[in-house]
Each structure stands twice: as C-alpha cells, then as structure tokens.
Design a protein around this ligand. Structure first.
Ligand code: ADP
Ligand code: MG
Length: 338
C-alpha cells in the first residue's frame, strides 16, 4: 500500500482506544465534563451495564449552539489555551479528546441549553458521522445519551465483560465521583433501579454513609492538616475497619479521583503497627495540592499523578494520618469504654 494520511474519522477511532476502554470510561468523561460545567446535580442512568445505553444529565452551563460541532473535534477544548495553562489546570478535562473519542465508537445524542439561549438544541453524531443541529425545548444544562458502545469496532466490543460486571464498574465509579464532590448531588440509576442518591449538601460523612453504610460511618476518625503546598481533610477508618484489598482506600486530589503510589504508600505506612499485614485501611481524604507541584499531563485518563517533590508529599500524608491515629487511639486506650 502507498503511504497516505489517515482520514480524521479513522484517527478518532484509533485514538478512542486510549480514552474509551469500556462503558465506565464514557461515564467518567461525561461526568467530569458535567462537573467542569459547574453542575450541582448530575444523574447517571445506564442499561445493560452501559453497553447499550448511558445517559448523563447535568444542570451545568450548557453548550452554545454554534460550539456544538467543534466540541466533538479532537483537541477542541474550552479549558486551556496554551501549554502553560496545563501547569495550573484545575478543571478535570483539558485534552479535548473525550467527545471526539466517544462519538467515534458509539451513537451519541446531545441535548443542551445555555442560560442565555431561548431554546435548547439537539444534535446526533453516529460513529463520528455528524447529524443535524436542531432546535428543541430543553431545560438548562446538558444531556448526553451514548448508545451501543463499540458497535462499529466489534473487536473492542468483544473485550467487554458481562453487563453485570461493566455495570458494577460504573457503580463504583459513580460512588468515587460522589465522594470526590460533596457539593454535587449525584443520582445513579441502573436498569431503572435507583442505586445511589447523594444530597450535595457538602457533608462528606453523609456520602460515606450513602455509599458504605452505617458500620463504617460510625468508625471513622476525622483528619485535617495543612502545609505550604498541601491541605488535607476527610476521614480515615479506625484500625478495625479494614479490607483484604485496597478498595476502601479513597482519596481525591483537587477534586479528582486519582491514584498516586506515593500517597497510597504514605497512608498504608501510617497504619503499620495499627493493623495486620495484608489488611488495608479505609480512607476518604480530600487533598488540595498547589497545581504548580503536580504534573497532570501524564496519561490520557489521568489516573496516576506525579509530583515534583515526592518526599514532601509522602511526609505530609504520613504525618497527618499518623497524628489522627495516634492521638485518637491513645485516648481510646486510657478512656473508660462506653
Ligand atoms: P475537555 O473536557 O478535555 O475540554 P471534551 O472532549 O471532554 O474535552 O469536551 C469538549 C468541550 O465540550 C469542553 O471543553 C466543553 O467546553 C464542552 N462540554 C462537554 N461536555 C459539556 C457539558 N456537560 N456541559 C458544558 N460543556 C460541555
Ligand atoms: Mg472532558
């Protein structure tokens, strides 16, 4: 074959693999967009584990009618303008890849309305092939419907697990997202059943209760700490609240559910001496970290973060957790049990 440039649709389909691996990746991108749009209420609805149907509705800013088509182009973003902005990025998205990628491998319907437009608009894009932009009555905010994920990339579709498993991934993801944003009311509906509803009243403990139930909520220590470039607030479990895997370890950095091997290690090291080996603690901690010491441009899904000074981060997290454990556990030892 002669060397030719791939057409944009093929490029999008190939690149989609980096952003959209499974239905939960679609939900993650759409909900992050809703959060970035300033939504205070977000509903996620799925059918068949999200494989046949995902609907994400928000009450955020909406998208301008004349910006809809460009929003679906690769590297189209309203969130940064130059590479310098990346250093201080505080929005969840910034790569402008999600909508182009999702639309390349599914059938997307969008209904959106901004505050200053008189009517809403509906737009469809099918396997990357754009349809019409039409006026329609709609409430303020945005609804994305994503149907039949990977219908045009059968090999990827084959790699999906069962609807139950895929739906389970989405359920956990929505829990993490709800915990990461106590200021937003989240609703999760799967196959017409209500699975989660948080109030958006800013109270992290209420969300822990919604997600994990009473036993865990009653066995938490509140933690807080502050240093020059980092602040922590939230809850960690008493040493009796443990699991044989890391699924209880939640933390959020500048509103993102994200992993950092440094932070994970610091939390676990603080619990050494309090819990048995191969047990893992409960945590739900919000970190505010100066964006200047974070490199977020590591991977498209932005799940693993790098810091410019690992030791500083490690020491802060370790000390903050240990302080809470030490003071509380020592008081517990000398006080009369109730
Ligand atoms: P990114 O989030 O990296 O900017 P996306 O492809 O996810 O890229 O979205 C492209 C653009 O579409 C965003 O920058 C934003 O301007 C707009 N957008 C997407 N979803 C929403 C939404 N729910 N509400 C308002 N604007 C949105
Ligand atoms: Mg985005």
């Amino acid at each position: 074959m002669p060397i030719t440039l791939l057409d944009q649709n093929t490029i999008n389909k190939i690149a989609a693999g980096e952003v959209v691996e499974r239905p939960s990746s679609v939900v993650k991108e759409l909900v992050e967009n809703a959060i970035d749009a300033g939504a205070t209420a977000i509903t996620v609805e799925i059918k068949e584990g999200g494989i046949s149907f995902i609907r994400v509705t928000d009450n955020g800013s909406g998208i301008n009618k004349d910006e809809i088509e460009i929003a679906f182009k690769r590297h189209a973003t309203s969130k940064i303008e130059s590479i310098e902005d990346l250093m201080a990025v505080s929005s969840l998205g910034f790569r402008g890849e999600a909508l182009a990628s999702i639309a390349a491998v599914s059938q997307v319907e969008l209904i959106t309305k901004t505050a200053d437009s008189l009517s809403g608009v509906r737009y469809t894009i099918d396997g990357g092939v754009p349809g019409e932009v039409a006026e329609i009555g709609a409430p303020e905010g945005t609804t994305f419907i994503v149907r039949n994920l990977f219908y045009n990339t059968p090999v990827r579709r084959k790699f999906l697990k069962t609807a139950t498993t895929e739906g389970g991934y989405i359920g956990s993801l929505v829990e993490y997202l709800a915990l990461s944003h106590p200021d937003i009311s989240f609703r999760f509906i799967s196959n017409n059943q209500n699975k989660l509803h948080t109030s958006g009243n800013m109270n992290l403990k209420d969300i822990i209760y919604n997600v994990y139930g009473r036993d865990i909520t009653n066995n938490l220590y509140e933690i807080s700490g502050k240093s020059q470039d980092i602040e922590a607030s939230g809850f960690i479990g008493k040493p009796m609240v443990v699991r044989g895997n890391r699924t209880y370890e939640n933390y959020y950095i500048n509103g993102r559910y994200i992993k950092s091997s440094i932070i994970t290690k610091a939390i676990e090291d603080a619990y050494k001496g309090f819990i048995m080996p191969h047990n893992y603690p409960f945590s739900a901690i919000h970190f505010k970290i100066n964006p200047a010491i974070i490199d977020v441009n590591v991977h498209p899904t932005k799940m693993e973060l790098r810091f410019s000074n690992n030791e500083y981060i490690y020491n802060f997290v370790y000390d903050t957790c240990l302080k809470a454990l030490n003071s509380k556990e020592l008081i517990a030892e000398v006080s009369v049990p109730d």
